[in-house]
Design a protein around this ligand. Structure first.
Ligand code: KIV
Ligand code: NA
Length: 278
C-alpha cells in the first residue's frame, strides 16, 4: 500500500473518512501498527512516559526522538510518520526550530513534525512550512506545559478558553499546519474547531466531532502503561497481563526444569545452530 500524504489526509476530512492515528516508538510497535492499517504513526514524546519511565514529557531530548523515529521508519515504510519536537527544541529561536526539525526529518526519517502551542508559535510553524517541513499543531492540554497549566486538566471549559482555542487553531491553519491535535478538549469546543478549520483535527480526549483520533500505543494495549485508566482511553487488549503471564510461565518452567525440553536441545549429529537461525 502507498504512504498517505498531507493531501490525502486533507481529502479524508472532506470525505468524512475518519483518520486513525496511533503512537509507536520502536520496530515492533510500528510494524504491527502498519500491518493493522493505521493511517498515521506518531512518534510522540509520550515515549518519555510509556517507554522511558519519566513522569512528564519534559526530559525527552531531540536525540531520543531521532533514535526512536529511526526504528519506526525502518518498520513502517508505507505509513505517514509524524514525530514530536520535544520540550524547548523549538520556539526559542527560528534557527533552533529549523535545525531540530531538520534532524527529525533527515536523521529520523519522519515525514512531518508536531509542535505544541498556538498563536505564539505560528511564526515558527510558518518558517518550517516554508522550509518544506509539514507541521502538525497540538493545542488544548499540551503536556510539555503541564507545570504552566497547573496539571493535566480538560481545556476549553470557559467561554474565554474556548475562544482562545479557536483563535489558536485558526492561527496554526493560517501558518500552514496540515493538521492539529486537540488534546483533552470538551466535545462541543473540539467540534466547533473542527468545523471552522479546513485542515483535519485529530482528537485525544476531545470527543466525537474531530476528523480523526489518536491514542497512545501502551494505553490502547494496556501495556504496562500507568495511564490506561484515563477516561478518554479505550483499551482493546490486555497485553500487559499476557506478557506478565508468559514470563511467569517461563520462570516457572526454568525453575521446574520443564524448559528446555528435548526439542530445544542440540545433540551431536543434528543441524548446526547457524542453520537453525538461517
Ligand atoms: O506524545 C504523544 O503521544 C502525543 C499524542 C498524545 C497526541 O502528543
Ligand atoms: Na506529544
Amino acid at each position: 500500500r502507498k504512504r498517505l500524504t498531507i493531501n490525502s489526509l486533507q481529502r479524508m476530512k472532506q470525505e468524512r473518512n475518519a483518520i486513525s492515528v496511533l503512537t509507536a516508538y520502536d520496530y515492533p510497535s510500528a510494524k504491527l501498527a502498519e500491518e493493522a492499517g493505521i493511517d498515521v504513526i506518531l512518534v510522540g514524546d509520550s515515549l518519555g512516559n510509556v517507554v522511558l519511565g519519566y513522569e512528564t514529557t519534559i526530559p525527552v531530548t531531540i536525540d531520543d526522538i531521532v533514535y526512536h523515529t529511526r526504528a519506526v521508519a525502518r518498520a513502517a515504510a508505507h505509513t505517514f510518520i509524524v514525530a514530536d519536537m520535544p520540550f524547548m527544541t523549538y520556539g526559542a529561536s527560528r534557527e533552533l526550530t529549523l535545525t531540530n526539525a531538520a534532524k527529525i526529518m533527515q536523521q529520523g526519517g519522519a515525514q512531518a513534525v508536531k509542535l505544541e502551542g498556538g498563536a505564539e508559535i505560528a511564526a515558527d510553524v510558518e518558517a518550517l512550512v516554508k522550509a518544506g517541513i509539514p507541521v502538525m499543531g497540538h493545542i488544548g492540554l499540551t503536556p510539555q506545559s503541564v507545570h504552566q497549566l497547573g496539571g493535566y486538566k480538560v481545556q476549553g471549559k470557559t467561554e474565554k478558553d474556548a475562544q482562545r482555542l479557536m483563535d489558536d487553531a485558526l492561527a496554526l491553519e493560517q501558518a500552514g499546519a496540515f493538521s492539529i491535535v486537540l488534546e483533552l478538549v470538551t466535545e462541543p469546543v473540539a467540534e466547533a474547531v473542527s468545523k471552522a478549520l479546513s485542515i483535519p483535527t485529530i482528537g485525544i480526549g476531545a470527543g466525537r466531532g474531530c476528523d480523526g483520533q489518536v491514542l497512545v500505543y501502551h494505553d490502547l494495549l494496556q501495556y504496562a502503561s500507568p495511564y490506561f485508566e484515563k477516561k478518554f482511553v479505550k483499551t482493546y487488549a490486555d497485553i500487559g497481563s499476557m506478557i506478565r503471564g508468559a514470563i511467569e510461565s517461563y520462570v516457572d518452567e526454568v525453575k521446574t526444569g520443564q524448559f528446555p525440553a528435548e526439542e530445544h536441545v542440540f545433540q551431536p549429529g543434528t543441524a548446526s545452530p547457524q542453520a537453525l537461525y538461517g
